[in-house]
Design a protein around this ligand. Structure first.
Ligand code: TXE
Length: 490
């Protein structure tokens, strides 16, 4: 029986285990805040090991049930039904995502929620059209079959909550796995709504389970649980290292999408106005809280002064404030604690000799947003490219600008960090673009564009930005085990 009784005036969100919405076994709760107003908007279960055990038990039962007998076509039909279910409640999802994160409502309407829908539709198609190999020998044939990986743990962050959860859940379900998902404790709402949609789309109980709570109390025991066969994690690099340390000795399949310190490389022959706008979008979309954000802008010295003037003017025009207003390009950061962290980097930048060209302060906003975690888009110049500010992931609306003279110098600065997620190159010289793209130690390179996504392409990073690739067939590979069968013919 559903346990949905509300005992306080604050709405309660629940775990979803074995098809039932339930509180944490120990009865613990924690608050969920709207960071734009610093008010409590809901409470969530503060789950722990006991809830992980219950979710894994439910998942194991579901694995043995009818889900294990479904065809790819049946699962693809369910993915399409989930997409339809999100569309039917689009506005509810968009508003919940904006309230949990503080990001503008126009952004959740334009990017977060449409992309979640697209994830399910895309992987429905990918699963329908998936092919496996056949390798013929003189006297035998080999054929490859896929089977589900089993029970997969999906651990996701707060910056693109539904977008990233569905990026993993869609291919995991499509390949026939059962799931225990753990969204960020800061952004629990859309994941909970997704459980309702998934249930209505006909996913059997126990196939998709959701646990709320803190990383250390529920994420860590989930990764560690012997019943979990694979872990797909997106989050900070330090957390990713802990996840890898727990999962590797148990030989769990692991996909890690971690942090970035991505370079926007601007050459003197770029299309100037488009580049200024592109660099600003790459720096400040989602308040700079995207692992792909271009947080270091490298500019060829011959156009440095012109670029800085135009860029700073562009950034000063970006409006910040009430996330429900369409003119607010930036909303609030995800939490007061995260704003404190970002502000500590602005202080560090000054200490390291940086010059704040614009921003650096909290904006003056009317109530209730004066209580929110807002921070002006901030541009810093004059820092050495190897300074701490210019090499560590800040994950907020702060960008540093650095000059370079030659292509080789640009590549050396771009590669001179521990991360290797993405870069963008802005030039009208195609051979130069190809040459620079080839020399960059990053999993993704955009040329004259940024965050232009085709869901078929490999997504992931090099160096400390992660292990493995997701997207298209890479996701289908991750969420399955391939078995080769060799049949002797004569
Ligand atoms: O993320 P965490 P945090 C970066 C960004 C940010 C920093 C820290 O620089 O400032 O990471 O952010 C769960 N075992 N990115 O602390 O902790 C946690 O509950 C298992 C980049 O908010 O990495 C959440 O569900 N799980 C990034 C998820 O991990 C654990 C997006 C991610 O949280 C765990 C977010 C543990 N021991 C932050 N500890 C990106 N790549 O896009 C925590 N979690």
């Amino acid at each position: 029986m559903e346990q949905r009784s509300i005992t306080t005036t604050i709405p309660s969100l629940y775990n979803y285990i074995g098809g039932r919405f339930v509180p944490a076994a120990n009865g613990g709760w924690m608050d969920n805040h709207n960071p734009a107003t610093n008010t409590v908007r809901a409470r969530i279960p503060r789950s722990n090991q006991a809830d992980v055990d219950a979710a894994i038990q439910a998942a194991q039962a579901a694995r043995r049930g009818p889900w294990g007998q479904t065809s790819a076509e049946q699962r693809a039909t369910i993915l399409d039904a989930i997409a339809d279910g999100i569309v039917a409640r689009f506005e509810e999802f968009a508003e919940a995502e904006s309230a949990d994160t503080g990001k503008p409502l126009w952004l959740t309407r334009k990017v977060d929620i449409p992309r979640a829908v697209q994830n399910f539709r895309f992987f429905a198609g990918a699963v329908r059209h998936d092919e496996t190999g056949m390798h013929q020998m003189a006297n035998a044939i080999n054929y490859t079959v896929r089977q589900p990986l089993g029970i997969v743990a999906l651990i996701t962050p707060w910056n693109l909550p539904l977008y990233l959860l569905t990026w993993k859940a869609a291919p995991a379900l499509g390949m026939g796995n059962v799931i225990v998902a753990k969204p960020s404790e800061l952004t629990p709402s859309t994941a909970t709504l997704l459980c309702e949609v998934i249930e209505q789309a006909g996913v059997p109980p126990g196939v998709f389970n959701l646990l709320h709570g803190l990383g250390a109390e529920v994420g860590a025991p989930l990764v560690d649980h012997p019943g979990v066969n694979g872990v797909s994690f997106t989050g900070g690099t330090a957390t990713g290292a802990m996840v890898a340390a727990a999962a590797a000795p148990k030989f769990k399949k692991l996909s890690l999408e971690l942090g970035g310190k991505n370079a926007t490389i601007i050459f003197e022959d770029c299309d100037f106005d488009a580049t200024v706008a592109g660099a600003a979008r790459a720096a400040f979309l989602n308040q700079g809280q995207i692992c792909l954000c271009g947080s270091r802008i490298l500019v060829q010295r011959s156009i440095m002064d012109r670029f800085i003037d135009a860029f700073v003017e562009h950034v000063r025009d970006l409006k910040i404030g009430d996330p429900s207003q369409p003119e607010s390009y930036l909303g609030s950061l995800v939490s007061q604690a995260h704003r404190d962290k970002v502000e500590s980097y602005i202080a560090l930048a000054k200490k390291e000799g940086g010059r704040i060209l614009t921003g650096g302060e909290r904006p003056a906003l009317a109530a209730p947003f004066d209580q929110g975690a807002f921070l002006q888009p901030t541009v810093v110049a004059d820092l050495p490219p190897d300074s701490q500010t210019a090499t560590e992931e800040i994950f907020g609306p702060v960008v540093t600008i650095h000059p370079f003279d030659t292509d080789e110098e640009a590549v050396a600065i771009a590669n001179g960090v521990r991360y290797g997620l993405a870069a963008s190159v802005w030039t009208q010289d195609l051979p130069r673009a190809h040459g620079v793209a080839a020399a960059l130690d990053t999993g993704m390179v955009w040329v004259n564009t940024w965050l232009q996504r085709d869901l078929r392409v490999p997504f992931g990073g090099m160096k400390d930005s992660g292990v493995g690739r997701e997207g298209g067939k890479y996701s289908l590979d991750f969420f399955s085990e391939s078995r080769n069968v060799c049949v002797r013919m004569a």
